[in-house]
Design a protein around this ligand. Structure first.
Ligand SMILES: [Zn+2]
Ligand SMILES: [Zn+2]
Length: 342
């Protein structure tokens, strides 16, 4: 039986309007009590905390910051006090995620913290203020035209989707990257020898990056030339929100496209609209590479000879709603595009 909305759940949802944004499919959604299922929901109690405050639950938030690369302390020593080092961590987090830098746990920051996200740590190696690489800037091969194979682990798949739907979602995701760089991807049945190994895993699965149940961390992948790409089996993975009514459904293709970016060598971007931004709301899609993603990956691999920036600009131009809804952001975006073209 599904539970009806509790007051607490409603409060939680009202604080997070962006969890169910414009691309949500209208219709009857299955109500889910997120307070019982969603990882990190308790952090809502810490809104407005700043330096000097002592809050029950702050030590858990410090573990979160430690997990994603913002606090270096031993986890055993984390207290519930909002101290200097935690303030620095909050500032760095806000800078890395493109948030307003306040050094406090304001509503925008807490909302971002509670959003489902990728398990890969946020990078400190920003080539410029937007896209980023892993330490040492690793990439696959150095030949002009790389050919990489990918395969799915037969023993680590999901039941709620057909294999053909999973395979097709990944095929589309790989094709977005191969369209912009001179790298070809092909699916293989030979899992042990495939370059990129894909599977759905539960909890602690042997790589010291345990998954955490519904929402929270959705997936993670390893930098080149490791090739492992893991998704949390506990998520309600979806390829079509018309048929997947759950409020916690997560778009497989969006997450696949993001994780393939890691497999190729991109770390997390500060640009909220970029595929390589670390978080993704339930019931939302983000599959089209943005200028930041394209510039970042092409700086590593070069450009696919068939790729033209004009096609990217045209796809941006076709989003006319964007001009109407947010003209200032649109102007910034155009300036970025023009900057790239020049
Ligand atoms: Zn990521
Ligand atoms: Zn893993």
């Amino acid at each position: 039986m599904f539970q009806l909305f509790s007051y607490k759940t409603f409060f939680f949802l009202s604080l997070l309007p962006h969890l169910f944004p414009a691309r949500t499919i209208p219709g009857t959604l299955i109500p889910v009590d997120l307070s019982q299922t969603a990882t990190w929901h308790n952090f809502v109690n810490l809104i407005d905390a700043g330096k000097g405050f002592k809050f029950s639950g702050m030590s858990e938030l410090k573990k979160y910051f430690h997990r994603f690369g913002y606090l270096q302390n031993d986890e055993e020593n984390f207290t519930d006090l909002f101290d200097d080092s935690f303030e620095s961590a909050v500032v760095n987090y806000q800078k890395n995620l493109g948030l307003t830098v306040t050094g406090k746990l304001d509503a925008g920051t807490i909302t971002q913290i509670m959003s489902p996200r990728c398990g890969v740590r946020d990078s400190v190696i920003h080539v410029n203020k937007n896209y980023a690489y892993f330490e040492g800037e690793p990439r696959w091969g150095r030949s002009a035209h790389a050919k990489l194979t990918y395969a799915f682990s037969g023993g680590h798949m999901i039941n709620n989707l057909n294999f053909s739907d999973v395979s097709e979602a990944f095929r589309r995701s790989f094709s977005r990257w191969s369209a912009v760089i001179p790298v070809n991807f092909s699916e293989s049945d030979d899992y042990p020898s495939a370059d990129i190994k894909i599977g759905f895993y539960e909890g602690d699965h042997g790589d010291e990056e345990p998954f955490d149940g519904v929402l929270g961390v959705l997936a993670h992948a390893f930098s080149p030339e490791n090739g492992r790409l893991h998704l949390d089996v506990a998520e309600t993975w979806a390829v079509d929100f018309e048929s997947s009514k759950s409020k916690v459904a997560v778009d497989l293709e969006s997450v696949a496209t993001h994780e393939i970016g890691h497999v190729l060598g991109l770390a997390h971007s500060k640009v909220k609209g970029a595929v390589m931004y670390p978080s993704l709301s339930p019931r939302s899609k983000k599959v089209d590479l943005k200028v930041d993603d394209v510039v970042g990956i092409q700086a590593l691999y070069g450009s696919n000879p068939d790729f033209q920036y004009s096609s990217l600009v045209e796809s941006v131009m076709s989003s006319s709603w964007f001009i109407v809804v947010n003209p200032l952001k649109w102007l910034t975006y155009l300036v970025t595009v023009v900057g790239v073209l020049l």
